[in-house]
Design a protein around this ligand. Structure first.
Ligand SMILES: NC(=O)c1ccc[n+]([C@@H]2O[C@H](COP(=O)([O-])OP(=O)(O)OC[C@H]3O[C@@H](n4cnc5c(N)ncnc54)[C@H](OP(=O)(O)O)[C@@H]3O)[C@@H](O)[C@H]2O)c1
Length: 261
């Protein structure tokens, strides 16, 4: 199994669970070696089941390198979890610098496409092959203040669903759309995370358990979290008014993290 973004948050929990509960070997991908080493040491006696590679998955050449390693037999894998991602600060689109736009779209959207480009040819014909793409509830209901993230994650959802049909019966390709999960993803917000967001979010261990259980059951779309279900339903019922409603909530909350929305 290959898990991107395995040095922290959901990716780390997925890696730990895959090894501890499902008895898998995991190749964890991320950029921070110290954090990856901590994941390995946390595994204790099972640490030999976790290997890691330092790669920036937002760069296409990283996928070429990873595919070469798998093709050469250095690491054997038939499942890839595209989990690495970032949440840009909550702001109106015009407030983002070009660098922020490029960083978000390269990581949250393009990395998933480069992954498919390199790994579909490797996985085709392998029994049990899967590419699990972590999108977000924002892919089911875009939010004002998260234009880039909503666009990237919606693309990941749509891309995964098209591929799911194209490769049906050969490679399992679900899109995962979680609501808030308690991780470090908010750290780039430049504001402290509100107790309200903490209250609504779910622990990363629980999120990892849900992802793996439902993926194991072959679900084509994995949506979880009360907030995710609520956003999805609101958007289906009222695609225009729901966005207005959520923006009103952001503003009415008076929280610093939503002050630029
Ligand atoms: N947390 C939530 O509320 C939430 C909700 C819905 C969806 N999601 C999605 O769930 C996924 C995991 O998020 P999280 O909350 O666990 O985030 P997180 O705690 O910030 O962890 C992100 C992980 O991605 C890695 N990463 C970031 N940029 C990378 C790059 N360029 N190349 C390789 N690895 C990179 C980080 O490791 P390094 O820094 O070591 O590279 C880290 O391991 C993301 O796709 C996110 O969009 C999260």
């Amino acid at each position: 199994m290959i898990v991107t973004g395995a040095s922290g948050g959901l990716g780390k929990e997925l890696a730990l669970l895959l090894i501890r509960r499902y008895g898998c070997r995991v190749l964890g991908i991320a950029r921070n070696e110290k954090k990856l080493m901590l994941v390995k040491s946390e595994l204790g006696d099972l640490s030999d089941r976790f290997e890691y590679l330092l790669l920036d998955v937002s760069r296409r050449e990283s996928w070429t390198r990873l595919a070469e390693q798998v093709n050469s037999g250095t690491f054997i894998a038939d499942v890839l979890i595209n989990n690495a991602g970032m949440l840009p600060r909550f702001a109106k689109f015009g407030m983002y610098a070009h660098d922020e736009i490029e960083t978000c779209m390269s990581l949250d959207q393009n990395s998933v496409i480069w992954a498919a480009e390199h790994f579909i040819p490797i996985f085709e014909g392998r029994e049990g092959a899967a590419i699990i793409n972590i999108a977000s509830a924002d892919a089911l209901c875009p939010l004002a203040g998260t234009s880039l993230y909503s666009a990237a994650k919606s693309a990941v959802r749509a891309f995964s669903e098209a591929l799911r049909e194209e490769y049906r019966g050969r490679i399992y390709i679900p899109a995962v759309c979680p609501g808030f999960i308690r991780t470090d993803i908010m750290k780039d917000q430049g504001h402290s995370v509100s107790p309200l967001v903490k209250f609504f979010s779910m622990p990363s261990e629980k999120a990892a358990r849900i992802v793996l259980r439902r993926a194991n059951g072959g679900r084509s779309r994995i949506v979880f979290g009360t907030d995710a279900h609520f956003m999805s339903a609101a958007y289906k019922i009222a695609p225009v008014l729901s966005l207005r409603f959520f923006r009103f909530l952001f503003r009415a909350s008076n929280l610093e993290m939503f002050s630029d929305v």
